[in-house]
Structure formats: structure tokens, C-alpha cells
Design a protein around this ligand. Structure first.
Ligand SMILES: C[S@@+](CC[C@H](N)C(=O)[O-])C[C@H]1O[C@@H](n2cnc3c(N)ncnc32)[C@H](O)[C@@H]1O
Length: 196
């Protein structure tokens, strides 16, 4: 085990059901290497649904993890999951999606997580570095998002905790530095309130 995501999943494992139902969103970007395969390795009894909007990435991902992973080709924000709910939703989308990912915590994503279940999403914690390493963030949308939500563009875990302190829905669990590209991203883990 060696990535911050793997450490995070290992930390959440004792709080998850023995056979958790998991939704992995944007799963195909690195052919499942960053999230889907670590989830399978650390939670081998889990039931995993992976959704990815890019068709070629879906084919590659299916070749690698399906079965047991159910791979759906669609846009997460448009897909109808019916009444399905999950114990864990992992949102590892491109950074341009970050404002929508955050907004979905009081809409789509909230409705997909069981009470007591978890969501993990990837947040930018240093805008200047993110603009350097992820040129797709330069359109101003992420800067507007960070200033509106956090009032700053360099974040410590305490800043994220403070934003969720008033939330009726989500309890802040942890923010772990993703650690790969010069400390500009955090994995954020939240727990949905209302579980037993
Ligand atoms: C950073 S990569 C994810 C890497 C992935 N977790 C892995 O382990 O390989 C982001 C992926 O999200 C996908 N994506 C972006 N927006 C999406 C959306 N609205 N619905 C589904 N997938 C989306 C992109 O096509 C891209 O493959």
C-alpha cells in the first residue's frame, strides 16, 4: 500500500459495512489505477459500480476490472441511478468539475449516499500550484469556487473542516494530501449524518 488514497480507504474500512456498495465516479482516467483497483484490493468483498463518460476509457476499464466491477458509460451528473444508494461514493473527476462536485453534495451526491455512508472527493488546496500542474484549472472557475467557498486559495485541512462544521448533512472526517503533484490537492472524506 503506498498512495494517500489507499491509506485513506484503509482508514475508512473499519467504519464501512463488511461488503460495502461503492460508486467510483470518473473511474477510467488512469484505467482504474488510482481508485478502482485500490478499492478492489483493500475492500475485496465490496460491490463496485464505476461510471466514466469517455467511451474508450470505459472499454479499457472493462478489460481490466469487469467483472467484478460494473462499468457504466455515462455522465455522472446526468445519469439516473434510480433508487440506488451507496456506502461510499468516490468522486475523482477532472478539476474543471470541482464546483459541480461540491454543489452535488447538497443534491445528487447527497441522495446517492446512505445515511452513515461516506463521500470522498478531490479538492484543490493550493491554486497557484494547481494552475501550474493542471492547466485546465486556469479558466478562473476554480479560483471563483475557492474564494466563494473557502475565502482563500491555499487551504489547510482545518479550512475544509470549518466549511463543513455548519453542515446539517456532512461530517468532516479527514483531508489527506494527495501528495503527487507538489501538494496542490487534498482527498476530502465526509460522512453523511443520520446513520445508526
Ligand atoms: C482524474 S481521472 C480519474 C482517474 C480514475 N479514478 C482512475 O483511477 O483511473 C477523471 C476522469 O473523470 C472522467 N469524467 C469527467 N467528468 C465526468 C462526468 N461528468 N461523468 C463521468 N466521468 C467523468 C474523465 O473522462 C476522466 O476519465
Amino acid at each position: 500500500m503506498n498512495s494517500p488514497f489507499e491509506y485513506l480507504i484503509a482508514e475508512l474500512k473499519p467504519m464501512l459495512p463488511a461488503a460495502p456498495k461503492i460508486l467510483d465516479v470518473g473511474a477510467g482516467g488512469f484505467c482504474g489505477e488510482k481508485t478502482t483497483i485500490p478499492l478492489l484490493n483493500i475492500l475485496p468483498d465490496s460491490e463496485i459500480v464505476a461510471i466514466e463518460k469517455n467511451g474508450v476509457r470505459c472499454i479499457l476499464l472493462r478489460g481490466k476490472v469487469s467483472p467484478p466491477v460494473r462499468v457504466i458509460q455515462d455522465d455522472y451528473f446526468l445519469h439516473d441511478f434510480g433508487r440506488e444508494q451507496f456506502d461510499l461514493v468516490v468522486l475523482d473527476l477532472d478539476f474543471q468539475c470541482l464546483p459541480d462536485v461540491f454543489a452535488s453534495l447538497s443534491g445528487k451526491t447527497e441522495s446517492l449516499v446512505n445515511p452513515g455512508g461516506f463521500v470522498i472527493y478531490l479538492n484543490i488546496c493550493n491554486l497557484e500550484l494547481a494552475n501550474h500542474f493542471y492547466p485546465g484549472t486556469k479558466d478562473g472557475r476554480i479560483e471563483e469556487f475557492m474564494k466563494r467557498v473557502y475565502w482563500k486559495t491555499i487551504l489547510e485541512p482545518a479550512d475544509v473542516r470549518a466549511v463543513f462544521a455548519q453542515s446539517a448533512t456532512w461530517e468532516f472526517i479527514t483531508a489527506k494530501n494527495k501528495g503527487e503533484t507538489q501538494n496542490c490537492t487534498h482527498w476530502i472524506a465526509l460522512r453523511k449524518k443520520g446513520g445508526v
